[in-house]
Design a protein around this ligand. Structure first.
Ligand SMILES: C[S@@+](CC[C@H](N)C(=O)[O-])C[C@H]1O[C@@H](n2cnc3c(N)ncnc32)[C@H](O)[C@@H]1O
Length: 383
């Protein structure tokens, strides 16, 4: 077994190096040394809407499990029941994304790091390998996950400080830190985190004020603010579960036959251009929900829709005729028109990528900017 997993772990580290993701040998050594399979002994894989448990202890499933654990893929490790459906409660991140984030943290030997979102404890173990466990703190809102991660890490002789806590508040009792890394998505960055970072420190956070609208941002702690740019490549994490950031949107009903009709040559999915979607979100009303409308007869997706709690909606057919799709909109706000306007502004701004956008967090305001903090694009609601 030892031979088996170490070869696989090294192959994964070599692959990430060859792919141009891994540059720092510390992370090659950490990936090779930490047995990911011991932290994810059972995983879930999805076929259609059904989840299958893949148990490493089952000889019939062992090869499938081990291949998945040492592949460059995220692993779903815990499910929960919500509205009669099974949803992901925890997962361990795709290794290439983890390495990208760890390298973006620009860590030095003596740095103390706080991770928000312990999950399996794998990222905490990589950090502990590079920095020493005494320098690593990690919190998760889910007590069961923290207890499991603590036990599994201890069995490997790795003992970072793992605590059950709502990471929205950080972990002030052990601060200040040199780095904060969030492995769940937040709609904004709480100002309280700034007080837990040394001046010169870095917070790396997936900021997503709305589903898919946002990206990883690397914020530098300055005396009076957190400020920095988004990373060039888009990534996404599961949203933080916190009373501070309630996830209150729900699909609202609409009748797609009665809205105002127009046509578009744009793609039906708002996620086709994620930067434009991010720009659009500043103009959208509260409680946005997006989804696919299914044909009532065949059950096949036929349109992309957006609804808002004020009753506004749009519905864009997936099928195009002569390059044009039918759009219907209803309610007080023309949601599709907001998307079109955002796409036009993005083109007028010179089609900027994520790296041209940045974020500033102060005690009084949080805003997104283009190229320079003075060129404000929009405010994020302040908490
Ligand atoms: C993608 S997983 C983290 C993966 C983890 N870093 C690893 O290496 O396995 C996201 C985690 O964020 C946790 N989470 C959600 N809301 C949280 C909150 N308010 N505070 C801390 N953790 C939270 C979830 O329970 C979940 O385990």
């Amino acid at each position: 077994m030892t031979e088996d997993w170490t070869t696989r772990a090294r192959q994964l580290a070599d692959q990430l190096t060859a792919d141009g993701v891994l540059h720092d040998q510390r992370w090659h050594r950490a990936l090779t040394a930490v047995p990911r399979h011991r932290l994810a002994p059972r995983i879930y894989q999805q076929t259609g809407t059904a989840w299958q448990l893949i148990d490493g202890d089952d000889p019939a499933q062992r090869e499938q499990w081990l291949a998945a654990v040492y592949a460059n893929t995220g692993l779903v490790t815990a499910l929960a029941e919500e509205n009669g459906q099974q949803v992901t409660r925890s997962s361990t991140t795709t290794p290439s994304l983890m390495i990208r984030m760890l390298e973006a943290l620009d860590l030095d030997g003596g740095h103390r790091v706080l991770e928000i979102g312990t999950g399996t404890g794998y990222n905490a173990a990589l950090l502990a390998h590079a920095l020493g466990a005494a320098n690593v703190y990690s919190v998760d809102v889910d007590r069961d996950l923290v207890d499991l991660a603590r036990d599994r890490l201890a069995a490997l002789g790795i003992r970072p400080t793992l605590l059950t806590a709502d990471g929205a508040a950080g972990l002030p009792e052990h601060g200040p830190y040199d780095r904060i890394i969030a492995t769940c998505a937040l709609p904004t960055v709480p100002w309280s985190w700034a007080g837990q970072l040394h001046v010169g420190g870095i917070a790396l956070v997936d900021v997503k004020p709305l589903v898919n609208a946002g990206n990883l941002v690397r914020l530098h702690r300055k005396p009076d603010r957190l400020e920095g740019r988004f990373l060039p490549k888009w990534a996404t994490f599961m949203p933080m579960r916190s009373a501070q950031f309630p996830l209150d949107a729900a699909a609202a009903g609409y009748d797609h036959r009665v809205g105002r009709l127009s046509a578009t040559s744009l793609p039906a999915s708002p996620f086709d251009n994620l930067v434009a979607w991010f720009l659009a979100h500043f103009h959208l009303p509260a409680g946005i929900w997006s989804g696919l409308r299914l044909d009532q007869g065949t059950g096949e997706p036929v349109a992309h829709f957006l609804t808002a709690t004020d009753g506004s909606w749009y519905d864009v057919e997936l099928a195009a005729e002569d390059g044009y799709r039918k759009v219907r909109q209803g309610g007080a706000q023309q949601l599709w028109s907001h998307l079109e306007t955002a796409l036009l502004s993005w083109r007028e701004l010179g089609r900027p990528g994520w790296e041209r956008f940045g974020m500033t967090v102060t005690p009084d305001a949080t805003w997104i900017w283009l190229d320079h903090p003075a060129h404000r694009i929009g405010e994020l609601s302040h908490r």
